[in-house]
Ligand binder design. Structure first.
Ligand code: CP
Ligand code: NVA
Length: 302
C-alpha cells in the first residue's frame, strides 16, 4: 500500500519516533562525510505553487545526498498552472517519478492529488498544516531537551497551519500545548475538539508561556494573507514574543520558529538571535528529518 505524508497522523507514534531516530543517525552520517546511494535512480518531484526557501532546498539537497534527483515545478512551468486538472497531473507525474512533495494553499487539493497518485505524496505545506516542519521541530526539541513527552509547549500567535501542526504533534507525541491567540484567530474548531485532551486555548500570551519548556511562534501574515497585513499587525500587537515574555517560561526553555521570521512583529530580534533560540538548528534539521521521511515512504531497508 502506498503511504502518504499529509499529516503527522499518517504515521503511528512509534513510526514517528523511529523516523526521528533515523534522522539523528542521518545527521551524524552526513556530518562525518558519509553519503548514501539509497535513492540512486529515484526522482522526487516538487510541485510548489507558494514560495519556499527551507523546504525546497532541504528536499533537493536531501535527494542529492542520497544519490537521487529532484525536479522542481512551479505553476508557471507546468500545465497545472494553465488549468490542467489535478487528477490528470497526479496520474501523469506519478507514472514517471518515485515520490512527490506538494506545497499549495488548498488542503483539499493535496488530498485529491493523493487519490490519483501511484507514488507517495508529501505535504510540503498547505493552509491547514505543515507536517514536515514538525518532524524537524520534534527532532530539535529532543536534541535540546532530551525528551518529547512530559514537556509543556506554548504557541503564541496566529491559529494557522503551524498552530494546527503543533496541535497534531501534541496528540501524536503526547505533550501538552497552551495556545495564545487573539479572539477571532483561533485554530479550527474540529481540530481543537480532536486534540482537546492536549490543548489549552487562551487569549493571553503570558498564560500560555508560564513555565513552558518550548516557546513557539509563527508569522502573523501567512502566504496568501498579504492583503490583511495592516489589520493583522494591529490585532496581533500584544502577541510579540519578547525577552520580557520569555522570562515567564522555564529558565532552560527553547524558542522555535519555522521561519521566515519578521523581527519586531511576532518575535523580537533579541529573542530570535538570543541564547534560547534554536531556530537555526531547527531549520537545518529539515534536511535530516525529510531524508528520513523519504526513506520511510519509499520503504528503504536500512
Ligand atoms: N519553514 C518553511 O517551510 O520555510 P520555507 O517557506 O522557506 O520553505
Ligand atoms: N504560516 C506560514 C508558514 C511558512 C513556513 C505560511 O503559511 O506562510
Amino acid at each position: 500500500m502506498t503511504r502518504h505524508f499529509i499529516s503527522l497522523l499518517d504515521l503511528s507514534p512509534n513510526e514517528l519516533l523511529s523516523l526521528l531516530d533515523r534522522a539523528d543517525q542521518l545527521k551524524k552520517e552526513i556530518k562525518s562525510g558519509q553519503t548514501s546511494q539509497a535513492m540512486q535512480g529515484k526522482t522526487l518531484a516538487l510541485l510548489f505553487d507558494k514560495s519556499s526557501t527551507r523546504t525546497r532546498v532541504s528536499f533537493e539537497v536531501g535527494m542529492n545526498q542520497m544519490g537521487g534527483n529532484a525536479l522542481f515545478l512551479s505553476p508557471a512551468d507546468a500545465q497545472i498552472g494553465r488549468g490542467e486538472p489535478i487528477e490528470d497531473t497526479a496520474r501523469v507525474i506519478s507514472s514517471m517519478v518515485d515520490i512527490i512533495a506538494i506545497r499549495t494553499g488548498s488542503h483539499g487539493n493535496i488530498i485529491r492529488f493523493t487519490e490519483y497518485s501511484k507514488v507517495p505524496v508529501i505535504n510540503a505545506l498547505t493552509d491547514f498544516n505543515h507536517p514536515c516542519q514538525l518532524l524537524a521541530d520534534m527532532m530539535t526539541v529532543r536534541e535540546r531537551l532530551g525528551r518529547l513527552d512530559d514537556i509543556d509547549v506554548a504557541y503564541v500567535g496566529d491559529g494557522n497551519n503551524m498552530c494546527h501542526s503543533w496541535m497534531i504533534a501534541a496528540r501524536q507525541f503526547g505533550f501538552n500545548i497552551k495556545i495564545a491567540v487573539p479572539k477571532g484567530f483561533e485554530p479550527e474548531a474540529d481540530l481543537l475538539e480532536a486534540c482537546k485532551d492536549k490543548v489549552t486555548l487562551t487569549n493571553l500570551p503570558l498564560e500560555a508561556i508560564r513555565d513552558a519548556d518550548v516557546v513557539v511562534t509563527d508569522t502573523w501574515i501567512s502566504m496568501g494573507q498579504e492583503d490583511e497585513q495592516q489589520q493583522r499587525k494591529q490585532v496581533f500587537e500584544s502577541f510579540t514574543v519578547d525577552a520580557k515574555l520569555m522570562e515567564n517560561a522555564m529558565p532552560d526553555a527553547i524558542f522555535l520558529h519555522c521561519l521566515p521570521a519578521y523581527r519586531g512583529y511576532e518575535v523580537t530580534k533579541e529573542v530570535l538571535e538570543g541564547p534560547q533560540s534554536a531556530v537555526w538548528d531547527e531549520a537545518e534539521n529539515r534536511l535530516h528529518a525529510q531524508k528520513a521521511l523519504i526513506e520511510f515512504l519509499l520503504d528503504v531497508k536500512i
